[in-house]
Ligand binder design. Structure first.
Ligand SMILES: Nc1ncnc2c1ncn2[C@@H]1O[C@H](COP(=O)(O)OP(=O)(O)OP(=O)(O)O)[C@@H](O)[C@H]1O
Ligand SMILES: [Mg+2]
Length: 255
C-alpha cells in the first residue's frame, strides 16, 4: 500500500508501442502538497507517463494509486473526476466564453452539456451563487481576476495556461499534471506561472507533477526532481541532488 504522505503512487509501470518500450518499470510517489518536476531528453517517456497516470493510455504492467485507491486503467474522465487533472501543451478552453465563464463551466456539479446550453450569463449574474465566489477566488490566485470578462481566445499563451489550471482546480482536482506549462512563454510570464504554481501549492494544498525542459526557470520553485532516460527513472530527489547526479548530466544536461 502507498505511504499516507504520498497522494499519488505509480508502481512498476511499463508501456510499449509496438516494439518500442516507452516506459520500462517506472515507480515513484508524489508527496502531498509538493511540486515535482519530471525532466529528461526528448522521447524519454515523460508525456507517456502522464498519459498513463491520467488514464489516456493503459499501462501494459504496473499500478497507479491515488489516495490509496487503485486507479490503474480508469478512463480519463473518471481519473479527472476523482481529482487528478492534466493540462495539455495546447490549452483546452472554450474560446468563445470569457475567463470567468470558462472557470464556472468546469465545476463538477454542473451537468455537462445541459449546463452549456443554459444561458450562462443568467448563472453568473446571481450574486448568491457560491460557485461564482469560488471562481473569483481562483482567478485572484491565478492573477486573472482583472481579465475575468475577456474572451478566452484573446488571452496570451501564458494566460491560457493559467486559465486551464483554474478550470482544473474548479473541477475539484488536487493533483495537477502539467505538460510543459511555460513552453513558448516569455521569461517574465514564465516566472509568474511558476510563482502561481507555488501559491496554489501553499494556499490550496495542490500537488503538482510538471514536465518541464526550462530548468533555469523551474528549478527555483520545485521541491523534487525526477529524471528519466529511455523510459526509466535515472535519478529522483531534491533539485540539488538530481542536477548534480552524473547520470543526469550525461543523459540530459551535458548534451
Ligand atoms: N501514441 C504513440 N504511439 C507510438 N509511439 C509513441 C506514442 N506516444 C509516444 N510514443 C513514443 O514513445 C517514446 C516516448 O515518448 P514521449 O512523448 O513520452 O516522450 P517525452 O519524454 O514526453 O518527449 P518530449 O520531451 O519530446 O516531449 C517516443 O519514442 C515516442 O515516439
Ligand atoms: Mg512530452
Amino acid at each position: 500500500m502507498p505511504a499516507a504522505a504520498e497522494i499519488l503512487q505509480v508502481q512498476q509501470i511499463e508501456k510499449s508501442f509496438g516494439r518500442l518500450q516507452a516506459i520500462d518499470g517506472v515507480s515513484f510517489g508524489l508527496e502531498t502538497n509538493k511540486i515535482t518536476i519530471l525532466i529528461g531528453p526528448n522521447g524519454s517517456g515523460k508525456t507517456t507517463l502522464v498519459n498513463v497516470i491520467s488514464g489516456f493510455y493503459k499501462p501494459d504492467r504496473g499500478e497507479v494509486y491515488y489516495k490509496s485507491q487503485r486507479i490503474t486503467g480508469w478512463a480519463p474522465h473518471r481519473v479527472y473526476h476523482a481529482g487528478i487533472a492534466r493540462t495539455f501543451q495546447i490549452p483546452a478552453l472554450f474560446s468563445k466564453l470569457n475567463v470567468l465563464e470558462n472557470v464556472l463551466v468546469a465545476e463538477k456539479k454542473n451537468p455537462g452539456e445541459g449546463f452549456l446550453r443554459a444561458p450562462i450569463r443568467a448563472l453568473w449574474k446571481r450574486p448568491e451563487e457560491a460557485s461564482t465566489e469560488r471562481a473569483a477566488k481562483l482567478l485572484e490566485l491565478l492573477n486573472l481576476d482583472r481579465l475575468w470578462e475577456k474572451q478566452a481566445s484573446t488571452l496570451s499563451g501564458g494566460q491560457m495556461k493559467l486559465l486551464e489550471m483554474g478550470r482544473a482546480l474548479m473541477s475539484g482536482a488536487d493533483v495537477l499534471l502539467l505538460d510543459e506549462p511555460i513552453s513558448g512563454v516569455n521569461p517574465t510570464l514564465a516566472h509568474e506561472i511558476f510563482s502561481t504554481i507555488e501559491r496554489l501549492s501553499t494556499e490550496l494544498g495542490v500537488t503538482f507533477l510538471i514536465i518541464e525542459h526550462r530548468l533555469d526557470i523551474a528549478l527555483g520553485y520545485v521541491d523534487h526532481v525526477i529524471a528519466m532516460a529511455y523510459g526509466k527513472i535515472i535519478s529522483n530527489g531534491s533539485p540539488d541532488v538530481v542536477i548534480s547526479d552524473p547520470h543526469v548530466i550525461e543523459a540530459y544536461l551535458g548534451a
